[in-house]
Design a protein around this ligand. Structure first.
Ligand code: 4NP
Length: 179
């Protein structure tokens, strides 16, 4: 993704992070068992392929809902991720108020997660940290959100992984290119 593809508002959030020593990223979806733990795994795998970046990144995920707290990711997501060489072992947790101070970038998967995060954000500074995942997905993929695969078939899980792979690679490239 060309860096200018980001909107001015999103660039204002991302720009300072390009020269930061630490980049702390939290991916957020509803259940924290499908999309956000997959994003967490995809991002960690991209960073692991660049050993010079390893100490710079803190990556985690959480859910706006509380239905699956304590659980591993959905078995269907784990199967589809494993086919791509990713082992997803995140334990589901719910977003907390502390997340808005512990992370620099909070990335919801869809508009519903985003509006819930906006309700939870404790300050104007915290609100600024919210940038939707679709902002990083290349235009060619025609995605304005990462669709919930929970009630979908195999294609839904594959689509999520394709979108996350594209979006996470773009996010990584933007944040590892010198300003
Ligand atoms: P996720 O998917 O938000 O990508 O983790 C879902 C998981 C569980 C439910 C909904 C979406 N649920 O209703 O239990």
């Amino acid at each position: 993704m060309a860096y200018p593809d980001l909107s001015p508002r999103h660039r204002a959030v991302i720009d300072p992070l390009r020269s930061a020593d630490k980049i702390r990223v939290l991916f957020v979806c509803l259940g924290n068992i499908c999309r956000s733990p997959a994003a967490d795994g995809v991002m960690k795998s991209i960073v692991a392929d660049h050993p010079g970046q390893a100490s710079r990144w803190v990556i985690d995920s959480a859910g706006t809902g509380r239905y699956h707290i304590g659980q591993l990711p959905d078995h269907r997501m784990r199967v589809h991720a494993r086919r791509r060489g990713l082992e997803l072992d995140h334990i589901c947790r719910q977003v907390t108020a502390d997340d808005f101070t512990d992370f620099d970038l909070i990335i919801p998967m869809d508009a519903s997660n985003e509006s819930r995060l906006r309700e939870l954000a404790p300050s104007p500074e915290a609100l600024e940290k919210i940038v939707p995942m679709a902002a990083f997905v290349g235009k060619a993929m025609r995605a304005d959100h990462i669709p919930d695969p929970y009630y979908e078939g195999a294609e839904g899980f594959e689509l999520v992984l394709d979108l996350l792979d594209d979006g996470c690679r773009n996010l990584f490239n933007i944040l590892t290119t010198k300003p």
